[in-house]
Design a binder for this molecule. Structure first.
Ligand code: G6P
Length: 612
């Protein structure tokens, strides 16, 4: 949700900033801009549209300087246009600011400033920050960092900001409250960004800013302090773990397709050093010290948003079945605002690819206040959720750039499967049963390879259905969330309306929608729900819908009832959801491509939602 990047060093900042914006574009892409200080002047450029627009515009402008900031926006306050794009400038035109987050009391501050004669240019909440900093800086005679610190004491809401000032060209100030910021430490140069992706090609050494911290970059080094009391803090430098290739498309036309194919390895990577096939068990190092408390928990809440929430529902089925712990799954945005039955005998599991989702972070905060043990399942190392939970497990799926989550989802389900196995074994699951599940998990990589080696059938189905307006996805038991996720993938990237439903529940409503124009995707493995799902397929067949069946074994019945069958390898029923998700990701992908949609940057969406 908005990408911010800053450069402070000796090189020309413009190409570094534009490249950085391209790396961050998945966070928001409705407008972009940059500001640099060169020859004692502040130069800026901002435009509605994607980063490519600002890139071409930058060619026609004299823009150079060794200190600069840049921003790619996901609009909250004010439509995406040139004026509302960042950077925002103060009235004097000397100070430029980029912001990620929402300033909740912006109207109050705006009114005060307007009374004092400040004229605002944009409709954004962000502009009040730069005007406020300017007022304090030019009136109160503070240094530029002091003025930023003082202004932020008045702001309520969430922000990650970077600010520069023409009058103090050798200083850059960044601050974080609710929106992530990473400082990259190079040789005589610094980078500041929303995440490590614009930094990794320049340096691997990073410092993750914590809540309420501010960093001041100067020629002789950097200083991090707490905003509330200006206390200087010393922080360790971490190393970025992934390589540059991990954030590049390679030969794939889209990041999403690359990430779908990455699953041949990522699911196995998630289990590396953790799955113990011979013992029928799993070891999760990040939980080791907390297992006794988790084991004794009376209940568990899983809280998450979007795709991660779907992984959570699969987790519920697994944890209840294997470990016998009651599990409630709740959208983080709902969890945070209602009375939840959470106490010190509750474990709250927060699932998040980015580790930065604002609602999920708020849910964790609330769970902690209520005394729960919090456990994070995150993909991004060092992310806020990873750092704000008591214990956790990284999914290790590698950077996910496509806005629609794919490999992070299957990695989340893999972690939840290992957690269910581990807790199950503590709570009476036999070694034999444990071995069965562990073996099935260990074989997933090979089955993913089989699925991805022949996808022509899925491409045909996409071609056949590219004109339809609606899709229905139906599954039962642990495959009901697979239906939800299949439908979400489709609507996110192809803009076809799709719904996921429990197959048997269809007759209580969605059946009214069924006619010969409605494609219905059934997730129908040969598990104990098979005969029941077959009856549901009959009900849909009788109403002449187009039927696509995703199964692990073809049969005469299925062939008779369906227009298309997608067959995946036979596997353990509890790992079927992981494998079944992959053809559904591909179906959404091919439909979106055929419909000419921007697969990696679907309209209105953003990958990391750092606002409420
Ligand atoms: C956004 C993304 C989704 C993602 C959701 C939760 O809406 O577009 O793909 O599932 O946020 O994100 P998280 O990073 O917390 O998993």
């Amino acid at each position: 949700m908005c990408g911010i990047v800053g450069y402070f060093g000796n090189r020309d900042s413009v190409p570094i900033l534009i490249n950085g914006l391209k790396r961050l574009e998945y966070r928001g892409y409705d407008s972009a801009g940059l500001a640099v200080i060169g020859d004692d002047q502040l130069h800026w450029l901002k435009k509605a549209g994607k980063v490519s627009v600002i890139e071409s515009a930058a060619d026609d402008h004299v823009l150079n300087g060794t200190v600069g900031i840049a921003h790619t926006r996901w609009a909250t306050h004010g439509e995406p246009n040139d004026v509302n794009a960042h950077p925002h400038l103060d009235q004097t035109g000397n100070i430029a600011l980029i912001h990620n987050g929402i300033i909740e009391n912006y109207n109050v501050i705006k009114q005060v400033l307007e009374k004092e004669g400040v004229t605002f240019q944009s409709e954004t909440d962000s502009e009040i920050l730069v005007q406020l900093i300017s007022k304090i800086y030019y009136k109160d005679g503070l240094s530029f960092p002091e003025a930023v610190q003082a202004a932020l004491q008045e702001a309520v809401g969430a922000y990650g900001i970077v600010v520069i000032c023409k009058d103090e060209p050798d200083v850059m100030v960044a601050a974080r409250h609710g929106s992530p910021l990473v400082l990259g430490i190079g040789e005589g140069e610094y980078f500041i960004a929303s995440d490590a992706s614009p930094i990794v090609e320049h340096t691997r050494g990073v410092v993750y800013l914590d809540e309420g911290e501010m960093v001041v970059l100067q020629n002789d080094g950097y200083t991090i302090s707490q905003m509330k009391d200006k206390k200087v803090v010393t922080k360790d430098i971490s190393l970025i773990e992934h390589d540059l290739e991990a954030i590049e498309k390679g030969n794939f036309p889209h990041f999403m397709l690359k990430e779908i194919y990455d699953q041949v390895n990522t699911i196995t990577d998630t289990m590396r050093g953790r799955l113990q096939v011979e013992e029928g068990n799993a070891f999760l190092g990040g939980l080791a010290d907390y297992i006794p408390r988790i084991e004794k928990a009376k209940r568990c809440y899983i809280t998450a948003c979007g795709t991660s929430w779907h992984a959570g529902i699969i987790g519920k089925y697994l944890l209840e079945e294997y470990a016998g712990i009651p599990v409630h799954v709740e959208y983080a945005s709902e969890f945070r605002y209602r009375r939840t039955i959470v106490d010190n005998e509750t474990v709250v599991i927060a699932i998040s690819q980015s580790g930065e989702t604002a609602d999920t972070l708020a849910a964790i905060k609330k769970a902690k206040e209520q005394g729960a043990l919090t456990l994070g399942i995150c993909n991004v190392v060092g992310s806020s959720i990873a750092r704000n939970t008591d214990c956790g497990v990284y999914t290790h799926a590698g950077p996910e750039i496509g806005v629609a989550s794919t490999k992070a989802f299957t990695a989340q389900v893999t972690v939840l499967s290992m957690l269910a196995l581990l807790l199950g074994r503590k709570k009476g699951l036999s070694k034999q049963q444990g071995i069965k599940l562990a073996k099935a998990l260990a074989e997933i990589g090979k089955d993913v390879e089989t699925i991805l080696s022949d996808t022509y059938n899925i491409e045909d189905i996409a071609e056949e259905h590219m004109q339809v307006d609606n899709f229905l996805y139906l599954g039962r038991g642990v495959n009901f969330p697979v239906a939800l996720e299949g439908a979400l993938k489709l609507k996110e990237i192809s803009y076809i309306h799709a719904e996921g439903y429990p197959a048997a529940e269809m007759k209580h409503g969605p059946i009214a929608l069924i006619d010969d124009n409605m494609p219905v995707v059934f997730i129908a493995p040969h598990d104990k729900t098979y005969d029941k799902v077959l009856s549901n397929i009959q009900e849909v067949y009788a109403r002449k819908a187009r039927i696509i069946i995703l199964t692990d074994k073809k049969s005469k019945d299925l062939e008779k009832l369906s227009d298309y069958i997608i067959k995946i390898p036979q596997c353990h029923p509890r790992v079927f959801p992981i494998l079944a998700s992959i053809p559904l990701q591909l179906l959404a992908y091919h439909l979106a491509v055929l419909r000419g949609c921007d697969v990696d940057m679907p309209r209105n969406l953003a990958k990391s939602v750092t606002v409420e």
